[in-house]
Design a protein around this ligand. Structure first.
Ligand SMILES: [Zn+2]
Length: 209
């Protein structure tokens, strides 16, 4: 851009100088005025001053046109291309920005995915735990049933024992002499030798109590 500025400035100056020469050439050609500017150039001023007004005009016209053209070409330097380049670079920048946004969002998505993934993992673990608990409960249930059954059996057994105990207690009789428990079919007390058949005062446990 700086190079272009210098070039434009240089060629504008050259065009301006050429234009001044062209004006002088025109005045010399049209009004036969003397040519003074060519005397300013060192070394070649003698040769330049020998040029005819027509040649001077032709050369200055051509040089002015060429220099003006070059100045224009440099100054406007294919404006369409410049414009397109600008659009292209803007588009590229926009694309880069979009990509950056997408990438940053991508990170977010990554984090979200990881979170969901870890949650899924946790859920899976919880599921596993629940499954295990269920299995254990299923295992425990028969034990529970067995325990319940055992308890029922135990309680019925207890009742039976109680009944038997009661039976024994109430069925048994005591020796009226030594007061030891005796079987009902005993005729003689094995402890003291009392003849139970003769004894009229046979006591039952109930009576004793
Ligand atoms: Zn006895």
């Amino acid at each position: 851009m700086r190079k272009k500025g210098i070039a434009v400035w240089l060629f504008t100056t050259l065009t301006f100088i050429s234009l001044i020469h062209l004006i002088e050439a025109l005045s010399a050609f049209l009004f036969n005025n003397p040519i003074r500017l060519l005397a300013l150039y060192p070394f070649i001023n003698q040769q330049l001053q020998q040029l005819s007004a027509t040649t001077y005009l032709a050369i200055t016209a051509a040089s002015t046109a060429i220099l003006w053209g070059i100045t224009c070409v440099i100054a406007f330097d294919n404006p369409v291309e410049t414009f397109l380049n600008k659009i292209l670079s803007d588009a590229k920048q926009q694309a880069a920005t979009d990509t950056q946004i997408i990438e940053s969002k991508g990170d977010l998505f990554e984090v979200m995915y990881e979170t969901v993934d870890s949650n899924t993992e946790t859920l899976a673990q919880i599921k596993d735990i629940i499954r295990n608990i269920r299995a254990e409960v299923k295992d425990i249930e028969p034990i529970k049933a067995t325990m319940e059954k055992t308890r029922t059996e135990l309680s019925s057994l207890k009742k039976q024992i109680q009944t038997i105990e009661e039976k024994i207690l109430f069925a048994n009789i005591l020796c009226p002499t030594c007061e030891k428990p005796l079987q009902p079919d005993f005729h003689i007390c094995p402890y003291c030798g009392e003849n139970l058949k003769i004894s009229k005062s046979i006591m039952t446990v109930k009576d004793y109590k």
